[in-house]
Each structure stands twice: as C-alpha cells, then as structure tokens.
Design a binder for this molecule. Sequence first.
Ligand SMILES: [Fe+2]
Length: 204
Amino acid sequence: MQATAPRPLARANPGLVPQMLNHAAWVTPDVAATADFYTRIMGMELASTIFDDHVPSTGDDFPYFHIFFRMADGSTLAFFEAPGVPPPSKPSHPAYDVFNHIALQARDRDEVLKWADWLRSNGLDVIGPVDHKGIILSIYFHDPAGIRLEITTPIDREWNRHTEQGYADLARWLECKRRAEREGRDVPTALKAMIGEVRKRYAA
Ligand SMILES: [Fe+2]
C-alpha cells in the first residue's frame, strides 16, 4: 500500500477552483465521422480548429487536426485526428469501457427522453433511461470513436452538493479496503459486503 504522509510545507489552496469545463479531448480515427456526429446528431457548433505538424505542449512530432464542438454553456468537447497513429490497445478489463465516459447535461427529464428517441431514430444503441437512486436520470450511448457518452439530468437539485456524505463515503470505502488488505482478505469481496450494508440507505 502506498504511504500518504502529509507534506509539511503544503500550503492551503488560495481559493483556486476551476470555473467550468473548457474542453475534454480524445483521439478520433475519423474526424469526418466525428464532425458529422457532434454537429448533426448532438447539435453542437463546430467551435474551433487547429492543425499542426507537432504538439506545442510537448514538442512531439505528431501531425494532427484538432477540432472543438461547443455546447450551450460554451464548454466544448475536442478531438484529435492523427493519421498514422495505430488504434489504441484494448483495455485490460471491460470495466474500463463501462466506467470511462463523459456526461452531458440536458434541461430536464423530458429532454432526456427526447434525446433517447432522437438518438435511436439515428440508429444508435441507447441504454436507459436509468434512474440513479433518485439523483440523476441518464441515457448512455457511444460516439463514432467509441467514446461512451451520457445524457443526464439531475432529479435531486442538490445532487452535486452532498459534500458531507461524500467525505463519509470516501472514509468508509478506504477503511474497508485498507482493513481487507491488512487482514489479507479479498478486497472486492469485502467491498461488496460493505456495499450490501450501505445499500439500505437507498432503499425505497
Ligand atoms: Fe456518469
């Protein structure tokens, strides 16, 4: 287990917090399909493009086309097409394909349902709507590059203000995991047992 000793000279955060999502970015093997999907299906504006023969931040010699698509609040999703780059290797476990995703917010429940209908009418496989314990309502699908997308709307208006519960959950999770590790027990099994207990919180 990795030690997490406090850093004695660490300063308190001077009030810095990111203001909004500027962009999240991925590699696409087909920028034409990506542009069609995000403009026509997702209704986003083509916001900006850049192409270059090297990467400014690292100096890497990867020629690329970089493209941004804008959502209603000004935040963007971005992609790089870099011809000659081979496909990524497969994840080591299917959980990565389930858990790694980005969620985009719809106005309300009706709009989530409209999204599901619209996406299905365009031939996309859509999971849901799924009611996540009365907190958010979501549907799931994939873009042409295989990125897992979620359209969601909060059911609980305070869904992202459960800070106290969040710290309690984090402590409970870490304690359960660390105790199982100390005692040489199987960690996923120990966590499953703990989750079974906590699930009562969500019981109707
Ligand atoms: Fe999500």
